[in-house]
Ligand binder design. Structure first.
Ligand code: ATP
Ligand code: AH0
Length: 370
């Protein structure tokens, strides 16, 4: 398809925290953000979440995967079809569909997202860009994070002038260091991105297992406890923190952390896991070329005042909720995949050496037409 100017694109992401699907409209030419459109969130029901959780870690479309893939496809189809007709002024001509990551192992050049984009293209009667990560990992990259080019565009949209960090606190945490004084995102020094460590996933798992709740609302439980310093120290000695970026994580790469807090009270366990999240972001600061002026936090973790306070203390950098800058911190990832879809359709790169460690700029993603 030929794209000669800004179009409305619809992006969707089902993230590693397994809470639900975000979908958002964005008007862009794949370089500049023209405007942000409607968005909607659809949480997974307990059964849907359980079907996906049961398939985590699987590489093949085996016995459990079809039901998880079907869940992902059905929920996306319903949500996306609503947004396609939400506003006659925002009708999308392209969809960016991330799917749900079940497993991620870039060292062995593999990553697995479920959800069939070709099927969605048929159902929605709209071209769908999907399978964004495979090309990058096959070429030796990390395949993640992929939001950095979009973060660069957001920095321009916000007219930022100084080095800024975008921090996403989802199931896993990831950062993009942006120096907006450069004109092209691929330029060396303009972008550096990597996963910081586990963020909400271990906290959610703890809350579910011990209290039958999906997450630690407002960090209330963590705020009542004390972090176990030994466990945090051991966590920070993990080889991942000694690796140079770019680097990325699978949701459950730190699964041993959950076992380590087993003996702690609920509150101390939540405080310890929250501290690990904040401490791993503080560690990430070591890799940035310059001290950023501020960290703009997006993703569900920005709603956790306990983690936000610990971030401010540990990083000694101003921590801002990205919403206070006029963006919607819940929707950045969905918007990122709308943006990346347009880039794929235009043959532009979606990752580069400083964002995924791939040898040269890569345009990932497959386009399926109805
Ligand atoms: N009020 C709140 N208090 C504490 N935590 C919250 C709150 N609201 C959301 N969260 C956390 O944020 C999570 C959702 O975050 P988000 O939607 O950014 O994750 P995701 O997109 O699934 O993950 P990823 O970025 O890893 O793909 C919830 O599962 C919960 O842990
Ligand atoms: C393999 C995979 O799905 N990774 C996700 C995950 O969730 C957060 C972090 O880990 C990030 O690297 C990535 O998602 C975002 C959207 C990204 O690619 O930028």
């Amino acid at each position: 398809m030929k794209i000669t100017g800004p179009i409305w694109a619809l992006g969707a992401m089902s993230g590693t925290s397994l809470d639900g699907v975000d979908a958002a409209l964005l008007r862009t030419d794949g370089e500049t953000i023209t405007s942000f459109g409607h968005s909607e969130y659809r949480s997974y029901s307990e059964d849907e979440r359980a079907s996906i959780a049961a398939a985590l870690g699987q590489w093949q479309d085996g016995v459990d995967v079809p039901s998880a893939a079907e869940t992902v496809e059905t929920v996306h189809a319903a949500l996306l079809s609503r947004l396609m007709v939400a506003d006659a002024q925002q009708v999308p001509t392209l969809i960016g569909f991330h799917g749900q990551t079940l497993a991620h192992d870039p060292d062995n050049q593999r990553t697995h997202q479920i959800g069939d984009g070709a099927l969605l293209a048929e159902l929605l009667q709209c071209p769908v860009v999907w399978d964004f990560r495979s090309a990058d990992v096959q070429l030796g990259g990390q395949g993640a994070p992929l939001a950095p080019f979009f973060h660069f565009a957001c920095a321009k949209y916000l007219s930022l002038k100084t080095p800024t960090v975008f921090l996403n606190l989802g199931g896993v945490g990831n950062v993009t260091y942006v120096d907006p004084s450069y004109n092209i995102p691929e330029a060396n020094g303009a972008l550096l991105a990597f996963d910081t460590g586990p963020a909400n996933a271990p906290i959610n798992d703890l809350m579910q297992a011990r209290l039958g709740q999906p997450y630690d609302k407002d960090g209330a439980l963590a705020a009542k406890g004390s972090a176990n310093a030994q466990i945090v120290e051991k966590f920070l000695s993990h080889a991942y923190f000694h690796k140079m970026p770019p680097k990325s994580l699978d949701r459950d790469d730190f699964v041993q952390l959950s076992a380590q807090v087993e003996q702690l009270t609920d509150a101390d366990a939540a405080a310890t896991l929250s501290e690990c999240c904040a401490a791993s972001v503080a560690r990430a600061m070591e890799h940035f070329p310059k001290k950023p002026e501020r960290i703009l936090v997006c993703g569900g973790g920005r709603r956790n005042p306990h983690i936000m306070a610990r971030l401010a203390t540990l990083t000694r950098v101003q921590i801002d909720n990205i919403d206070d800058h006029g963006l919607d911190g819940d929707m950045l990832e969905a918007q990122a995949f709308a943006y990346l879809a347009v880039r794929v359709a235009r043959g532009l790169a979606t990752s580069c050496p400083s964002t995924t460690g791939v040898g040269a700029n890569v345009g990932g993603g497959t386009i399926s037409h109805p």
